[in-house]
Structures are given as structure tokens and as C-alpha cells.
Design a protein around this ligand. Structure first.
Ligand code: ARG
Length: 479
């Protein structure tokens, strides 16, 4: 007998049962579902809607169900459709027909929305925490490489020398925005939908703010129809995840390129690479490649969610049941990528000599020769032209700019003096970019310091919210 079987005269077709069930994936919400029910039943008792003695029995029953699931006493079944009805059935096994009172003043529509809000707020904190760990790994490498110069690229062509630290900190800044997007998303995740009923509210004198208080929500949805039909908070999460996955993908792309024999800028630790079954010499950066590849599925889940929502009239529609698998998969994918990237970055070996060679055996200091001419009062456009000719000359002579004799320099501009050699040295070139956000060592050190402090402050943010949302706040013996 279905929990909703009263109106029906026939059994559900088996295929329909299988097709419409969400339990194969929404079982993952089981703890949140019990937590939500515990808060709901306490409120029903406090508002005098259900007798306190019965409330106590239901709470005990829910605790037993919780332990029963943990001890694998229960299995989830397709006949019971989804996590909400599976748990209600288990409660009935524990305490009999009294279990039927739990659903007073509630619908599965506001119940599932609550489960999603509870789940996502807990899981996005895990993503936030892993983000800080990856930032820390990048920051540690940046600290070690304040003297390591490498070519910065545009169009994938060597452009100007930069510190490796500067390059790595660019990713720390990207991840900072990712983190802040999670914090912003969190404001809309941490709102209570329960109490919306099926769509219009409920006839019982419930106290939604009381439930919000128990569950540490910052606010309650102000419109019951919005509460059950809103999945913006989830779409936002998928967008944030997509951007973050893209950032990780770009980082991984660089790791793949840098570890190629052609570049030889870095060597990834053996523990984070795999070999080939046929070519004995191979050491492949599979992890980086996979992270790059998995970006596709995260984008797919965002597009899937947006598409599900676009044609839905208010309020709940069954289409929305398909919001979950993409969310679960995105969380697993993103958290997995962040978790493995941190130690991979931490353990990567940097080939400073190769990086330096790529800078010195190059024209990456050409802009600096132009800037030198500007400082002796030649207009930049003219200076650009002069240096262009000097580069062309060097190419025909198989030389670099610093190899030119002072006589050769003077052919291009008689104003050039021997202090030009100092101006063209790598360290001079790097440290000359002494503007806020530039690659000069002292500027990079300044940003390093700021980011280090930012990470520390935000560790506190994560810990504070983790404490507030951990399941052991509501569940007995939660492991
Ligand atoms: N399993 C459903 C879902 O995930 C729960 C809500 C069902 N509500 C309903 N009226 N059928 O969306």
C-alpha cells in the first residue's frame, strides 16, 4: 500500500514505479531528511499541534530510524519512491501508525526543498574548505619561488619575464573569487523553505521561525510558492562550480604543458602520475588531464538544471526531481579535483634553470629596451620601432639583445649608453614592474602576505559555519 494509495484502485505499473522513483539517488539526503523531520516535529509539539508525549515517541522513533539505517537494518526500496516516504515507512515500523502524524502541516514539496538547502549548505562548506587548502598549496610554492623567473605568455608566445610566484598567485586570486562566490551563494542557500506546505502554506498554526532557529537558518522564504519552486540557489551553486572547474582546468592545462619535454618547466611527483602500458618511458599527467576533462560534466549539470527550470510553471513540478544527480555529481567532481590538486601542487618539482633559460634565451626584455629609450626621452612609438629593428638584426645575427656590443646598440640609437646592459638583466626587468599588482618581487611579497592573511580569516569563516551546520548538532551519535 502506497502512502498516497487512498485515491487509487490499481497498483502502480512496475515500469512507472521504476521510472518515477528518486530513491536510487536521493537516499544520499537521508540524514538531512531526518534532521528536518526532527526540527519539524519539535515545532509541532511546541505549537501544541501534536501532543508532547507523541512528539517524544516520534523523536525517539526518528533516532531509531537513524541508527537503523546506520547499522544497515533498513534498506531503501523503489516501492517507497523517494527518501521522504522510505523514512516515513521505517518510522512506521518503529512506532506504528503514530508515524503518520509526522507529516502534519508539511508536504514533500517543502520537505525536499529543505533537504536540498540543508545538504548544499553543508557540502558547499566542504568545497570552500578544500579551496583554501589548494590556495595554501599554491601559496607555499609561491613562497619558495620568489626568485624563480619564467616567461609570462600572451598568445602562448613568450612576452615578458615574471616571477613564478606571481604566476601561481594569479590562481590564488581566482580561487579567492570562487570562495567568495560560495559565501555569496550561502546567503541564499541558508534560507528555510519548510512551512510552505505543498505550495500555499498550511492551515496549522506552525512557527516557521522556530524551525529556522533550531536548524540555524538565517531567514525563512517569504512566499510559500517561491519556497517550493525555487532552485536558484542550486543553479547558482552549479554556476559557481562551473567557473571554479574552469579555473582548475586552466591550471591543469598549464601543468600538462609545463611538464612536457618541450617545456620541462616542472616535474610532477611520481605519486601523481601514471605510466603507459606499452611505452616504458612514459610518465603521464593523467590527474591534470582528468580534472581538465571533468569540467565538461560540471558545465553539463549547470545547463541541465537551467533547462529543467526554464519552462516550469509555479510551483512544484516533478521535473524538479531531476535536480539532484547533477548536484551530487558536481559536488563529488569538484571536491575530488580540489582535494587531489593540493598535494599535487605541493609536491611538484620546479626546474628553475629551464625556466630561467627560457627567459634569457629570448627577447622577453624587448619592452624594457623600449622603456629604456622612453626614459631618455624618445617617444614610445619611436622606441618601439627602434627595438623592433634591433630584434630583427639580432635574429639575423643569431644573438639576443644583451649580446649586442655598445657599438651595435648605438647603430639603432646613439643615445644608448652602457647602462643598457643592466636595464636588460632579468632581475632588473622583473623588479622594474614595481606597481601595485605587478611582478616586482616586493609587490609579489605584498600580495602574498595579503593572501596569507585572507586565507587565515576565511578558515575561521568555514569553521564557524561548519560547526553551525554539522549533523551532530541534531543527530545522536553521528559519526
Ligand atoms: N522525490 C521528489 C523530488 O525529489 C520529492 C517531492 C515530491 N513531491 C511530489 N508532490 N511528488 O522532487
Amino acid at each position: 500500500m502506497k502512502l498516497w494509495g487512498g485515491r487509487f484502485t490499481k497498483q502502480t505499473n512496475e515500469l512507472v514505479e521504476e521510472f518515477t522513483a528518486s530513491i536510487p539517488f536521493d537516499y544520499q539526503l537521508w540524514e538531512e531528511d531526518i534532521v528536518g523531520s526532527l526540527a519539524h516535529i519539535q515545532m509541532l509539539g511546541k505549537c501544541g499541534i501534536i501532543d508532547n508525549n507523541e512528539v517524544k515517541q516520534i523523536i525517539d522513533g526518528l533516532h531509531q530510524v537513524y541508527e537503523g539505517i546506520q547499522e544497515e537494518k533498513y534498506t531503501f526500496t523503489i516501492e517507497n519512491e523517494d527518501i521522504h516516504m522510505n523514512i516515513e515507512k521505517m518510522l512506521r515500523e518503529e512506532i506504528g501508525p503514530l508515524a503518520g502524524k509526522l507529516h502534519t502541516g508539511r508536504s514533500r514539496n517543502d520537505q525536499v526543498a529543505l533537504d536540498l538547502h540543508l545538504y548544499l549548505r553543508r557540502k558547499t562548506l566542504e568545497v570552500a574548505e578544500q579551496t583554501l587548502l589548494l590556495q595554501t598549496a599554491l601559496l607555499n610554492q609561491a613562497k619558495n619561488h620568489l626568485d624563480t623567473v619564467m616567461p609570462g605568455y600572451t598568445h602562448m608566445q613568450r612576452a615578458q619575464p615574471v616571477l613564478l610566484s606571481h604566476h601561481l598567485l594569479a590562481y590564488v586570486n581566482m580561487l579567492q573569487r570562487d570562495f567568495e562566490r560560495i559565501q555569496d551563494n550561502w546567503k541564499r542557500i541558508n534560507i528555510l523553505p519548510l512551512g510552505a506546505g505543498a505550495l500555499a502554506g498550511t492551515t496549522f498554526p506552525i512557527d516557521r521561525e522556530y524551525v529556522a532557529g533550531i536548524l540555524h537558518f538565517d531567514d525563512v522564504y517569504r512566499n510559500s510558492m517561491d519556497a517550493v519552486s525555487d532552485r536558484d540557489f542550486l543553479a547558482e551553486f552549479l554556476f559557481q562550480a562551473s567557473l571554479q572547474a574552469m579555473h582548475l582546468s586552466r591550471l591543469c592545462e598549464e601543468l600538462v604543458i609545463w611538464s612536457s619535454q618541450e617545456f620541462s618547466f616542472i616535474e610532477l611527483d611520481d605519486a601523481y602520475c601514471t605510466g603507459s602500458s606499452i611505452m616504458p618511458q612514459k610518465k603521464n599527467p593523467d590527474v591534470a588531464e582528468l580534472i581538465r576533462g571533468k569540467t565538461g560534466r560540471v558545465y553539463g549539470h549547470l545547463m541541465g538544471m537551467l533547462t529543467i527550470l526554464k519552462g516550469l510553471p509555479l510551483t512544484y513540478n516533478k521535473d524538479m526531481q531531476d535536480d539532484k544527480e547533477g548536484m551530487f555529481d558536481t559536488l563529488t567532481t569538484l571536491k575530488g579535483a580540489l582535494t587531489i590538486l593540493a598535494p599535487m601542487i605541493e609536491s611538484m618539482h620546479v626546474n628553475q634553470a629551464e625556466m630561467k633559460k627560457a627567459v634569457t634565451h629570448d627577447f622577453a626584455n624587448a619592452t624594457d629596451l623600449a622603456d629604456y629609450l622612453v626614459r631618455i626621452n624618445i617617444p614610445f612609438r619611436e622606441a618601439h620601432e627602434i627595438v623592433g629593428k634591433a630584434v630583427l638584426y639580432c635574429i639575423t645575427k643569431n644573438k639576443f639583445l644583451s649580446d649586442l656590443s655598445i657599438e651595435e646598440f648605438k647603430q639603432f640609437s646613439p643615445l644608448i649608453e652602457s647602462n643598457v646592459y643592466h636595464a636588460l638583466e632579468v632581475e632588473t626587468v622583473v623588479n622594474a614592474r614595481n606597481v601595485l599588482g605587478g611582478t616586482a618581487r616586493n609587490q609579489v611579497e605584498l600580495q602574498l602576505d595579503i593572501l596569507q592573511k585572507w586565507i587565515e580569516t576565511n578558515k575561521d569563516w568555514v569553521h564557524k559555519h561548519k560547526k553551525q551546520t554539522q549533523l551532530s548538532n541534531w543527530l545522536p551519535r553521528h559519526s
